[in-house]
Design a protein around this ligand. Sequence first.
Ligand SMILES: C[S@@+](CC[C@H](N)C(=O)[O-])C[C@H]1O[C@@H](n2cnc3c(N)ncnc32)[C@H](O)[C@@H]1O
Length: 260
Amino acid sequence: MRTRTHIIQFLINTFNYKSYLEIGVRKPSRNYNIIKVDKKYGVDPSPVHGYENDFKMTSDDFFKQNKMKFDLIFIDGDHRMIQTDKDIINSLDCITEHGTIVLHDCNPIEEKHQIEEFTPKLVWNGSVWKSIAKLRCNRKDLDIVVINRDHGVGIIRKGNQELFTDYKTIDEVITFPFLDANREKLLNLITPEEFTKKICEVCNCTHDRDVNASKNILTEGLRLLSAGTAEYTDGDDVRPSNRLLSVKSEAHPISSAVGG
Ligand SMILES: C[S@@+](CC[C@H](N)C(=O)[O-])C[C@H]1O[C@@H](n2cnc3c(N)ncnc32)[C@H](O)[C@@H]1O
């Protein structure tokens, strides 16, 4: 699982989720269009292209009028802490009992990546990580991890967690030097393999390695196809359009793997 898209699709497949909400869609070909799920909704005040189930408004306006529940909510809109805090609280109110909130850009590597103002042509993660850090310090009723891929993919589920307690004040916690010194424990940073294991414990299932590898390759192929040859720099990794994918020998594509 290399990207947010793989991780989201893994959760949808594993928990048999039926409904998906994406806050902040931008170019739907990057992620939204690739996600396979029964019901899909997107919220964005200024999307780059139109997309189905279009809520052309801010997340605040969306949540004010929303009466639906969602199995998975992907928060990737306004990347400032103050807005991410609100998006998380509002999302917790409208995820289903066993639902999951996913957040992008939770693990900025350099201080300049986590400034609040969007800077074109620079990796920009915003201050989403600060929202995660605060919840790691004060919400015992949530189960929070950050998967160490694709700029940090945050996962929030209702449950329980061992809080991060090794700090004096929250103001100190949400400084970049503190993050840098305490990254692993503060964010509860884990590998994709550790995440898969953790989720298997929750759903009490085992995941076939070949089937998962096939699904991931299919998802990546669809992503590349629908993205065309466009290159992008908006807070994501940049890859040349003629890049060849390497396929591991244990991953045999199977046609029945689609959306399974
Ligand atoms: C980083 S892009 C989303 C990328 C996309 N989710 C992906 O995975 O490729 C952020 C998007 O959030 C939108 N946005 C900004 N403020 C927002 C808000 N308050 N509510 C919802 N979307 C917002 C922007 O218009 C922009 O299109």
